[in-house]
Ligand binder design. Structure first.
Ligand code: GDP
Ligand code: ZN
Length: 460
């Protein structure tokens, strides 16, 4: 692909701020800045590459001084995009950045599409696709751990692992091809044994990498959790306690329906999207209020349901109704109000919900929250020691490609075991090679690439 136009965008977030940055990338960047910038030391900006130069942006067509700025020129190819880049640090706020951007566009740059700077870094070969995707994950990371995973991916940890695997596939393919060329006689046992042994090893490491994808997805996208229970069991109290513990109320986004509120929590590094059915009128039955279909939809979307019961009241029909609706979900059962005399038949609950975690709490006396957090964290890390590695499959696209690669490898192994013809076996290994290559972007089409970068923010 040949890129010859020059792009520009505001690289900082919208709104009032200390500084705003307008970024320009492409062969015309230097010409454009030369046209609109006057340095206080009267030097040309390209004389002092990679140094911030103090001066003013001018619209010389009207002789208008636009803003006081620091500008920097970075010469290709050692830049973010591998092209010439100019960055103008002006005053933050909508007006200065907008006016400077407009001027830059008038001088011949084109407004960059979302993610286009990073896309150029990818197309110009500075980073691969997994690394490019990590850039956006870094920006949107909700917890430190999520950030660390994305950062390692940007540094190439995932790409390196995938490349190692592809190298092994290539080596196997070479053996297979040699065998095809000598296919007069039967393929010798030694070659088959060798292929089998190597393939089983590869299968193991691919399976291991794939096993990180559940945790990875949660760290990247958050664990969506629904709190459910009949009126007065303590849903709102739980929400408030968790919010207080987590300290990090990031946002309060109104959900898709009026009745549902979403809160973002950070529990020991795990981003949790708490979907709060407490927003549904307390006095009414949740199922009646939002309808069976809708509540099912709500539960279906959830990764986890926290089901609350009241220790001071007997089981009611409403409890049973809820159990019926959530019985196939991942559930944590909270028996709340344990400070009050018990009237709940716990044995019966165990019977109804099977092998599920049951936690006893008294939110009033702040008992049981630590245990809830621990159960949650263990669920996400599946009991493995947490944070031992940041190498994870966090992206569904990567997971899907790795899954297909693993399936093809399994088919290849099966074909070897059955002593199928070598050119038959070869097809499977070529698929493994291709599918793995999708992760790093080696074997993906333009459409997919466009689609990925379209989800980036402007100016990155
Ligand atoms: P919701 O309707 O499920 O959201 O329940 P709320 O969180 O609004 O709680 C209903 C009532 O139960 C409130 O008066 C709370 O103070 C009280 N409550 C919540 N948790 C406990 C608890 O652990 N023990 C006792 N005794 N009362 C609680
Ligand atoms: Zn409530």
């Amino acid at each position: 692909m040949f890129i010859d136009d020059t792009i520009a965008a505001i690289a900082t977030a919208a709104g009032e701020a200390g500084i705003g940055i307008v970024r320009i990338s492409g062969s015309k960047a230097i010409e454009i800045i030369d046209d609109i910038f006057r340095a206080n030391n009267n030097k040309k900006i390209y004389e002092d590459q990679r140094k911030l130069t103090y001066g003013y942006i001018f619209d010389f067509d009207n002789n208008e001084k636009i803003d006081e700025v620091l500008a920097v020129y970075m010469k290709a190819p050692h830049t973010y995009t591998k092209e010439d880049i100019v960055e103008i640090n002006c005053h933050g706020g909508m007006i200065p950045v907008k006016r400077i951007l407009q001027l830059v566009l008038r001088k011949g740059a084109r407004l960059a599409e979302p993610g286009e700077f990073t896309k150029r870094a990818f197309l110009n070969g500075r980073i691969d696709l997994a690394q490019a995707e990590a850039v956006m994950d870094l920006i949107s990371a909700k917890t430190e751990k999520g950030f660390e995973v994305a950062f390692d991916q940007l540094e190439g940890s995932l790409s390196k692992r995938v490349e190692e695997m592809r190298k092994e596939v290539l080596e196997l393919l070479a053996h297979i091809e040699v065998s095809i060329d000598f296919s007069e006689e039967d393929v010798d046992e030694v070659t088959l044994d060798y292929l089998l042994e190597k393939s089983i090893k590869l299968e193991k490491s691919m399976t291991k990498l794939l096993s990180t994808s559940d945790t990875g997805k949660i760290l990247r996208e958050g664990l969506s959790t629904v709190i459910v229970g009949k009126p007065n069991v303590g849903k709102s109290s739980l929400l408030n306690s968790l919010l207080r513990e987590a300290r990090a109320i990031v946002t309060e986004v109104p959900g898709t329906t009026r009745d549902v509120i979403e809160e973002q929590l950070n529990i020991q590094g795990i981003p949790i999207k708490l979907i709060d059915t407490a927003g549904i009128r307390e006095t009414e039955d949740i199922v009646e209020k939002i309808g069976v279909g809708k509540s099912k939809e709500l539960f279906n979307k959830a990764d986890l349901v926290i089901f609350m019961l009241d220790a001071s009241r007997e089981l009611t029909n409403e409890d049973l109704q809820i159990i019926e609706m959530i019985k196939d979900k991942k559930i944590i059962v909270l028996i709340n109000k344990t400070d009050l005399p018990n009237k709940l038949d716990i044995a019966k609950i165990c019977h109804l919900i099977g092998e599920r975690s049951i936690i006893k709490t008294s939110l009033k006396e702040e008992v049981g929250l630590d245990e809830l957090e621990n159960v949650l964290v263990n669920m996400v890390y599946k009991g493995e020691v947490k944070s031992n590695s940041n190498l994870m499959i966090a992206n569904v696209r990567h997971k899907d490609a790795l899954e297909r690669a693993l399936n093809s490898l399994k088919e290849g192994i099966e074909a070897i075991r059955r002593q199928m013809p070598m050119d038959f076996i070869e097809v499977d290994y070529k698929n493994v090679w291709d599918y793995l290559g999708e992760i790093t972007g080696d074997t993906v089409g333009e459409d997919l690439i466009d689609h990925i970068f379209a989800n980036f923010c402007i100016g990155k």
